[in-house]
Design a protein around this ligand. Structure first.
Ligand SMILES: NC(=O)C1=CN([C@@H]2O[C@H](COP(=O)(O)OP(=O)(O)OC[C@H]3O[C@@H](n4cnc5c(N)ncnc54)[C@H](OP(=O)(O)O)[C@@H]3O)[C@@H](O)[C@H]2O)C=CC1
Ligand SMILES: CC(=O)N[C@@H](CCC(=O)OP(=O)(O)O)C(=O)O
Length: 337
């Protein structure tokens, strides 16, 4: 018998990916899967790719349904996690995939989300310095936003090493449509997104302050793009160097930061990340160089937004919280073609 876990929001995209990972996890047993409008339906009705749950019915999302779990994953819309988690028993471990407990500054929360500030939990990005131990010591963890994972992993070490200036960072990141969740708004219909790439929420996206908080940037321009693919994020981060630097030096910073990390790979010099190579995995692929003309540092990263950007990252945090091997139930190997 493994650790008893529940997934709230199991009918959604992130919840479905959590169910898939839990089905293949050697140390976790699913005891409850909940939905909102889908409550009462079979899991395989909404996730026909998950026959492991042929006998499981989605229950309503309330405390009683989740009470038997030792650890609860919350994959709910922003704003729905705080009230539910406040009602769960104090001893229940929680990993929240939403944004409710990520931001440490109440004023930033008010500006980007509004409503009462729910408070910050331990931030769920194990690759940040010192964070792995903090997650392992925590009962409540706020998993990192998808664009934030893709942007922070290349950027944070460059700022921490003093090589990239924190006050001149530009991020342009393209996401697959599943990043917007399952409740497909008309602009996410296949007929609208195919043959199109477009920018949205330019300069106003709520992940900009989270990237600043996680990566240590002070001034940031963030432009998200919607790309015609179901999964994946490709982030391009450019930053002004603090002094003279070289491709070899910036590569060395990332190589040292991620030596031994099971899910972060600095690609060989000259190879640039592809989202397709991280599809279905918990991997993040990185590359960095210095633009010979502008002198700017240019780093690119690729993740699966539902993997390292959501469910994979959440399972990685849960493994740490439960004292399980950090990589249990996860893989850096993608699915191709
Ligand atoms: N998609 C992604 O790439 C990522 C998502 N996340 C975060 O994960 C969370 C879930 O996202 P995602 O799976 O994409 O979203 P979906 O829209 O695909 O799923 C939302 C889930 O929440 C349920 N739900 C909807 N409204 C309510 C409500 N008022 N109260 C309780 N449950 C409700 C839905 O139930 P039903 O369908 O039955 O109505 C569904 O199970 C969000 O906070 C999101 O920001 C984080 C990183 C990446
Ligand atoms: C393509 C698309 O619409 N993406 C979403 C990302 C949302 C998401 O997953 O948010 P968290 O990572 O904060 O939970 C957006 O831009 O709002």
């Amino acid at each position: 018998m493994g650790v008893r876990v529940a997934v709230a929001g199991a009918s959604g995209y992130a919840g479905g990916e959590l169910l898939r990972l839990i089905a293949g996890h050697p140390g976790l047993d699913l005891v409850a899967a909940t939905g909102d409008s889908s409550a009462g339906r079979a899991v395989t009705d909404v996730h026909p790719h998950l026959p492991a749950y042929a006998d499981v019915t989605l229950r309503p999302t309330d405390v009683a349904e989740l009470a038997d779990a030792e650890l609860v994953f919350l994959a709910l819309p922003h704003g729905a996690s705080a009230a539910l988690s406040a009602s769960l028993p104090a001893g229940t471990r929680i990993v929240d995939l939403g944004a409710d407990h990520r931001l440490t500054d109440p004023a930033v929360w008010a500006k980007h989300y509004g409503g009462p500030y729910p408070g910050a939990w331990t931030y769920g990005l194990p690759e940040l310095p010192g964070q792995r131990a903090r997650i392992a010591d925590s009962d409540r963890v706020a998993a990192t936003g998808c664009y934030v994972v893709a942007s922070t992993l290349p950027l944070a070490p460059l700022i921490a090493a003093g090589v990239a200036a924190p006050d001149d960072v530009v991020v342009v990141a393209a996401s697959g449509t599943s990043g917007a969740g399952r409740s497909a708004a008309p602009h996410l219909l296949g007929s609208e997104v195919m043959n199109d790439v477009s920018a949205y929420k330019v300069g106003t996206h709520r992940h900009a302050p989270e990237i600043k908080q996680a990566a240590g940037a002070r001034t940031l321009s963030f432009t998200p793009l919607l790309a015609p693919m179901p999964r994946g994020i490709l982030a391009t981060v450019t930053a002004r160097p603090t002094g003279t630097t070289s491709a070899d030096e910036v590569r060395q910073v990332l190589a040292e930061a991620y030596a031994g990390e099971p899910f972060v790979t600095l690609l060989p010099a000259g190879a640039w990340p592809h989202t397709s190579a991280t599809y279905g995995s918990n991997a993040c692929h990185l590359q960095v160089t210095v633009d010979g003309d502008s002198g700017r540092i240019v780093a690119t990263s690729a993740i699966d937004n539902l993997g390292k950007g959501a469910a994979g990252q959440a399972v990685q945090c849960a493994n740490l919280m439960l004292g399980l091997p950090e990589t249990a139930g996860l893989t850096a190997n993608g699915v191709a073609p």
